[in-house]
Design a protein around this ligand. Structure first.
Ligand SMILES: C[S@@+](CC[C@H](N)C(=O)[O-])C[C@H]1O[C@@H](n2cnc3c(N)ncnc32)[C@H](O)[C@@H]1O
Length: 259
């Protein structure tokens, strides 16, 4: 035994358990085999910082959403790709509104949870893989902080190009990001400094997720300021058309294809 987690579908497992807790159907985490336990997503950062976040919110209905989630779905138009669909909370509302929506995710378990909750059109894979499918969209959603999937300077051009390859004329990306630089917590400001010294963006987080005995490989996930986002978007096919920071430090960025 090494103490290291077994690599697996962390998101899928925790969403499956969160669904079982919410519905009372299926095996769920119990203390002493009897008492319900909350399903917690454990997030490790490569400086040793560990955080836990309850997974139940991935299943929240619109009545429990943050205001920016509502503003994001109100901006949706046309065929929509929900990138990193999770447990399908956004896709389900769009379906209800009659929006043609596809949920994309790398987690087989997340897609299974979406299917069980009624999301109809689901695709397994990354944006790069889906870009070869020939399907085209008017709106791309990166919600639940999924602007993070842009990762950093190295990944951003290919990520944005994959979205552009699936875009219809006039398409938009609506992305939820977090500006990390308002903090004075030395644990975070020190990490931002360390990142810059190693040539990364300050908020280019190196993370792995854990749930029970499972872990993901280490991956990059970006929290950046709107100015840093503008720099990442420059040189791509997209233009940063709008930043709505009414819920700062969270913001909704809208990217558009010119023309
Ligand atoms: C933070 S959750 C957000 C879920 C959902 N968008 C929401 O708002 O509730 C991130 C989701 O993105 C998925 N994901 C992570 N990396 C991905 C990638 N490269 N391509 C597609 N989905 C990815 C995860 O499996 C997970 O379901």
């Amino acid at each position: 035994m090494t103490g290291e987690p077994r690599i697996g579908d962390v998101f899928g497992e925790l969403l499956r358990d969160a669904l079982a807790v919410a519905t009372g159907v299926g095996p769920r985490p119990l203390a002493g085999g009897r008492l319900p336990r909350p399903v917690i997503e454990v997030i490790e950062r490569d400086d040793g910082l560990v955080n836990g976040a309850p997974a139940a919110h991935y299943l929240d209905g619109p009545e429990d959403w943050q205001p920016h989630d509502h503003r994001a779905v109100d901006r949706v138009r046309g065929a929509t790709l929900d990138v990193g669909v999770g447990a399908g909370r956004i896709a389900l509302l769009l379906q209800e509104r009659g929006v043609p929506v596809t949920g994309l995710d790398v987690s087989p378990g997340a897609l299974q949870v979406c299917r069980r909750r009624g999301v109809r059109d689901l695709v397994h894979g990354t944006v790069d893989e889906h870009a070869t499918s020939g399907r085209r969209y008017d709106t791309f959603l990166l919600l639940g902080n999924n602007l993070g999937l842009i990762e950093g300077r190295e990944r951003a051009p290919a990520f944005l190009a994959a979205l552009a390859a699936m875009a219809r004329p006039g398409a938009q990306v609506i992305a939820h990001g977090t500006d990390p630089y308002g903090t004075r917590d030395p644990v975070h400001t020190g990490y931002h400094e360390l990142n810059r010294r190693r040539g990364r963006l300050g908020g280019q987080l190196r993370l792995r997720l854990r749930y029970r005995e499972l872990g993901t490989p280490w991956f990059d996930y970006l929290v950046c300021s709107p100015d840093e986002l503008a720099e990442l978007v420059r040189g791509s096919d997209w233009q940063l058309a709008d930043v709505d920071d009414r819920d700062a430090p969270y913001y909704l960025a809208t990217l558009r294809l010119p023309g």
